[in-house]
Design a protein. Structure first.
Length: 488
C-alpha cells in the first residue's frame, strides 16, 4: 500500500552533524559508533558524510576548502543542492551560524532514531502486503513479524528473554524459555553469528565457501550433509584468489547435478579489487555496507582475513579492533559473518590453531577447522579430501566429517562421515599392546583433543577399552588403553 506521509527525518540534525565535523574533525569519531552513511535520508548529506569519511581515512584535514575541493575532484559537488543553494554555497552554509558543537552525539542519536523509524515503516509495509496476499500461514506471518521487530531494534536495546525482561531472579531465569539461535545452515552457520574457518593454505577452504555460497541458495540438503532450512542469500567477498580463478571454480561446480538448481541471483560476489581492501578504513566499510544494504544478504563471507586487514594479526590491540569492525558490519547490517583465516599451529587444539592473536578464536561463535589433506588418484581422476572439525558455542556442532573434492563426480564437493575406526590394524602395530592418549596423539600426528575424539569412537565401536585409570588434575592423562583382542 502506498505511503501517504513523508518519511521520518531531521534535516537540521543531519546538517548539524556535518557542520560539527567541519568545525571540529574529532566529531567524526564521536558519531561513527552511532550512525553510518545510510542513516542520512538526504542523498546530498550522504555524499558529504561519505566524502568526509574518505578524507579522514586518507589522513586529510576536513574544512570548507579541503571538503569542497574533494567534492569537486570526485565530481560530486555539482550534485549537492538544497533549495536555492547548491554546490560550494550549500557546503559553506553547513557551518554558518553554528557555534562549536559539543553535543554532536545527541544529533547522531536523532538521525539514527529517524533511520530506525524509516526501516520500521518499510519493513511493516512489506509485511502488510504479504498479509493481504494470503499466501502464507498466520504462524509464518507472526514469526516474520517477530523477526522484523528484532531487525529494526538497535541491538543494545534488544531483550533476549522469552518474556521481555532484562533481569531475572534465579527462579525466573531457570523457568524462562529462551529462543534458540536460528540456524541458516544446520550445525555450521547461524543467524547474525560470527564464524571463522581455519586452515593451512591449499586445504580446500575456498571450495567449501563456494559450495556453501551456491548450494545454500535453495532449501534442502547441500554437500550431502548440511541442512539448509530456507534459502540463504550470501555475499562472498573473495579477495584471496583472482576473479578468473573463482569463475573457473564456480563453472566447474555448476556443470554437475548437485549444483544444477543454484539460484545465481541469490548470491553476490565481491571479487579481489585492484589495490586490495582494508576493512579498517572507514571508507571501505561504508562502501561495503552500501553494497550489503542494496543486496540484503543473510550471510557475508570474507575469504581471506589477510586480504581484508593490513595490520598486525599478532597484536592483541589491532586484532581486537578488526574483530570490532567486523562486528559493526554484522550488527549494522543484521547478517551472519564468516571469516576465512590461515592456520599456523598445526599440532594445537582447534581453539589455538589459528594464526595470530587468540582474539580471533575467542571472537568466533563457530570455529571450523580443515586439516589432514590427502590427494590421490582414484580411477584415473584426481581426488582430494580434508577432515573438518567444528566447535559451535550455541548449538550442536556438525560431527567431524571429511570433505571430498572430486570434480569428475556429480557431487564434486561433498561431505562424508569421518570413519574414525579406519586404520586400526596399523595403529595396533604402531602402538603395541597398552598405550595412552599421548601415544595415540603422537602416532596420529594430531592434538590430544583430536586423539581423544578418535579414541571415543573406537571405544564405542568395541575396538578399544580402558585397562588402567589415570590420575586426576594437572598430572592426569596416565590412563592406559588396549585394543580389544590385542593380546590374542
Amino acid at each position: 500500500m502506498p505511503l501517504e506521509k513523508a518519511l521520518p527525518s531531521n534535516a537540521d540534525a543531519e546538517r548539524s552533524i556535518l557542520g560539527a565535523i567541519l568545525l571540529d574533525n574529532s566529531s567524526l569519531q564521536k558519531v561513527t559508533p552511532v550512525i553510518n552513511t545510510l542513516d542520512f535520508l538526504h542523498l546530498h548529506h550522504r555524499k558529504i558524510f561519505s566524502r568526509m569519511l574518505k578524507m579522514a581515512d586518507a589522513g586529510q584535514g576536513i574544512d570548507l576548502v579541503t571538503l569542497i575541493d574533494a567534492l569537486r575532484e570526485s565530481g560530486e559537488l555539482q550534485n549537492v543542492s538544497v533549495g536555492e543553494l547548491s554546490g560550494s554555497a550549500y557546503v559553506s552554509a553547513l557551518a554558518d551560524g553554528f557555534p562549536r558543537v559539543s553535543n554532536v552525539e545527541h544529533y547522531a542519536k536523532i538521525v539514527k532514531d529517524a533511520s530506525v523509524r524509516r526501516s520500521m515503516i518499510h519493513l511493516s509495509e512489506r509485511l502488510q502486503m504479504r498479509a493481504y496476499e494470503g499466501e502464507e500461514t498466520p504462524e509464518a506471518l507472526l514469526s516474520s513479524a517477530q523477526q522484523t521487530l528484532a531487525a529494526i531494534t538497535p541491538r543494545a536495546q534488544q531483550i533476549v528473554g522469552g518474556n521481555g525482561k532484562l533481569t531475572y531472579t534465579g527462579k525466573e531465569f531457570l523457568a524462562t524459555e529462551f529462543p534458540k539461535p536460528e540456524q541458516l545452515v544446520e550445525g555450521v552457520v547461524f543467524k547474525n553469528g560470527s564464524h571463522m574457518i581455519v586452515a593451512m593454505p591449499h586445504h580446500l577452504k575456498t571450495w567449501f565457501t563456494l559450495g556453501l555460497t551456491m548450494g545454500a541458495t535453495r532449501a534442502g540438503l547441500i554437500m550431502g550433509k548440511l541442512e539448509v532450512p530456507k534459502p540463504v542469500r550470501t555475499m562472498l567477498v573473495t579477495v584471496e584468489d583472482y576473479p578468473g580463478d573463482v569463475q573457473s571454480r564456480m563453472n566447474s561446480l555448476l556443470q554437475r547435478d548437485s549444483f544444477k538448481d543454484v539460484d545465481l541471483e541469490a548470491f553476490r560476489v565481491l571479487p579481489r579489487p585492484m589495490g586490495g581492501m582494508d576493512l579498517m578504513q572507514e571508507a571501505w566499510l561504508q562502501r561495503l555496507l552500501k553494497e550489503i544494504e542494496e543486496f540484503e544478504p543473510d550471510h557475508v563471507i570474507f575469504d581471506v582475513l589477510r586480504r581484508i586487514f593490513r595490520g598486525d594479526i599478532n597484536s592483541p590491540k589491532e586484532s581486537s579492533a578488526l574483530c570490532e569492525q567486523i562486528d559493526r558490519i554484522r550488527d549494522i547490517a543484521e547478517v551472519a559473518v564468516t571469516v576465512v583465516h590461515h592456520e599456523n599451529r598445526k599440532a594445537e587444539d582447534i581453539m589455538r590453531a589459528s594464526a595470530g592473536s587468540f582474539n580471533f578464536p575467542g571472537w568466533a561463535n563457530v570455529l571450523i577447522r580443515f586439516q589432514r589433506k590427502i590427494s590421490e588418484v582414484i580411477g584415473g581422476r584426481d581426488v582430494s579430501h580434508v577432515e573438518i572439525e567444528v566447535d559451535h558455542k550455541f548449538a550442536k556442532a556438525l560431527d567431524p566429517v571429511r570433505m571430498v573434492l572430486d570434480l569428475a563426480s556429480e557431487s564434486p564437493v561433498r561431505l562424508e562421515d569421518l570413519e574414525d575406526t579406519e586404520g586400526v590394524a596399523d595403529l595396533r602395530e604402531q602402538l603395541g599392546q597398552v598405550w595412552s592418549v599421548a601415544d595415540l596423539s603422537e602416532v596420529l600426528g594430531v592434538h590430544k583433543s583430536n586423539a581423544k575424539r578418535r579414541l571415543k569412537k573406537m571405544i564405542a565401536a568395541g575396538l578399544a577399552e580402558k585397562v588402567q585409570e589415570g590420575k586426576r588434575g594437572r598430572q592426569g592423562g596416565l590412563a592406559r588403553y588396549q585394543f580389544v583382542g590385542a593380546g590374542e
